[in-house]
Design a binder for this molecule. Structure first.
Ligand code: AKG
Ligand code: FE2
Length: 270
């Protein structure tokens, strides 16, 4: 059935921190995007090795940009985003957008995190704290070109700071991922799964081909990856002027704080 926008999308986005526009991409666009993303996977692995998680932003690479522009301009998608939020919101597009891939060799997962708070080196945490519950900021997209069950979230956590049980589970900063050193393929798969499920309230997102998930990246979330599950998932923003200029300011400020030796409590990923 063709995608239709409903009030349920609004309610999910507000209360759970994410909603899925099921099968919103038409099959012809999925086919075009798959073709160009297969090339993107090759570039990502050439540049960053077999375990590369992503290529981003797509505009920086010698790829056919047209399928990504077709995605940005898709009328049904823009209509749904504007009904959910307002006409001030737009799809990020190639200058922002990346593609997430499966690893070639071994399972791994990211640490549990809230984006920006936990993975921007030098960030002044007060800057994140001031905007984390404001819908104009921190809207992120995973749009699946193959069925994708990599992402896990704690629904509703976008509305609040950490609960005591979450702080008790992850007392250290930066938040550690699982220790996979020297482990075999299957051991890594098991250890990651245990790590993922150790977060109270964790829920697995199941996206099917053509699904567009819009989520607050202030949610507790992570990505859990196995080489046998082929993945090409567009990773984008739903952007606003406010979020765009906040990102620019934060990058400059964080860089300055690093140079001054401050704000090192949150560098999950250097
Ligand atoms: O792979 C995913 O779906 C999530 C990745 C993620 O959260 C990140 O890299 O910050
Ligand atoms: Fe993230």
């Amino acid at each position: 059935m063709a995608f239709t926008f409903t009030d349920r999308h609004i309610e999910e986005y507000r209360t759970q921190g994410y909603t899925v526009f099921r099968r919103i991409l038409p099959p012809s666009l999925v086919a075009d995007l798959r073709r160009v993303c297969a090339e993107a996977r090759g570039i990502a692995r050439e540049n960053r090795g077999p375990q590369a998680q992503r290529l981003q932003p797509i505009a920086d690479y010698p790829l056919d940009q047209q399928p990504f522009l077709d995605y940005v301009e898709l009328p049904v998608l823009n209509d749904a985003i504007q009904r959910l939020l307002s006409p001030a919101y737009r799809v990020g597009g190639p200058r922002f957008l990346g593609v997430l891939f499966e690893p070639a060799d071994l399972p791994w997962c990211t640490p549990w995190h809230r984006d920006w708070r936990d993975n921007v080196v030098g960030l002044d945490l007060a800057r994140w704290d001031r905007i984390f519950a404001d819908d104009r900021y921190l809207n992120q997209v995973n749009c699946a070109l193959y069925d994708d069950a990599c992402t896990w979230v704690v629904p509703g956590s976008h509305l609040r700071r950490d609960l005591r049980r979450e702080a008790e589970r992850f007392p250290d900063r930066p938040i550690p991922g699982p220790d996979l050193e020297g482990k075999s393929y299957i051991e890594r798969e098991w250890i990651c799964r245990e790590y993922v499920e150790s977060m109270p309230g964790a829920r697995q997102l199941h996206l099917a081909t053509g699904d567009f998930c819009l989520y607050r990246n202030s949610l507790w979330h992570l990505g859990n990856y196995v080489p046998y599950a082929q993945r090409a998932t567009l990773h984008d923003a739903v952007d606003t002027d406010e979020f765009e200029s906040w990102r620019t300011d934060i990058r400059t400020e964080s860089q300055q704080r690093v140079e001054a030796g401050r704000g090192m409590e949150n560098p999950n990923r250097p």
